[in-house]
Design a protein around this ligand. Sequence first.
Ligand code: SF4
Length: 249
Amino acid sequence: MNVHELIDAGAIFFCSHSGGKDSQAMYAYLRTIVPDHQIVVVHADLGEVEWQGVQDHIWSTVTHGVNVVRANKTLLGMVEQRGMWPSAAYRQCTSDLKRGPIMKFIRQYLKDRGLKLGVNCMGIRAEESAARAKKEPYRYNKAESCGHRDVWDWMPIFDWSTRQVFDYIRAVGQEPFWAYADGNERLSCVFCIMGSVNDLRHGAICNPELYRQYVELERKIGHTMFMKGKEPISLEEHTGIRLEDLERG
Ligand code: SF4
């Protein structure tokens, strides 16, 4: 089935909303093609590691309710337990803290209402990275489907440029989360294992207490979030921001 057939068949479109610009634009776009009663907004709450105020931002930019889901563990707890940070190749953080809880919500939502068709909508774009560009923007999700449930994965804004995303948000009369105007390029965890130095620095300046927790956790487990070539590099070296300098102001 294609997207239009799924809409006509009454499928539920689950809009995975991180609070970032791509989710915001995707939600606004979905509303132009999917009837409101077939859209459900879901946010995977990352707790202390996400930008404070991001959930308020989601609530203020959607006309639906926001279903907040949480994993039964935290990112920092997971890192401490494993003694390792996740890596781009092994993104246990995304699968355990976001994808897992959102898929669980989708399964339960459909089951509770006796519904069969679900579409997991994600604001992933090809332009973001070479790995993302290789993804299939629309596919039947075999692993999540079974005799009584059919689930598709869809990236509705896969081909959009960054400029298009910001323009679309403004065209619908909204603003992206404040951290973009303040200097952030992307938004999710304040300190993402794949974040740019720019975003990590900005995150540290805006969230010194959280920065301290990351720096101290690196020291405690003896494993760093980043590598410089083949050598580990501490978060402080990577960002060029020493904890004591930040705390001194
Ligand atoms: S934003 Fe980065 S660190 Fe946070 S869950 Fe996603 S990949 Fe992991």
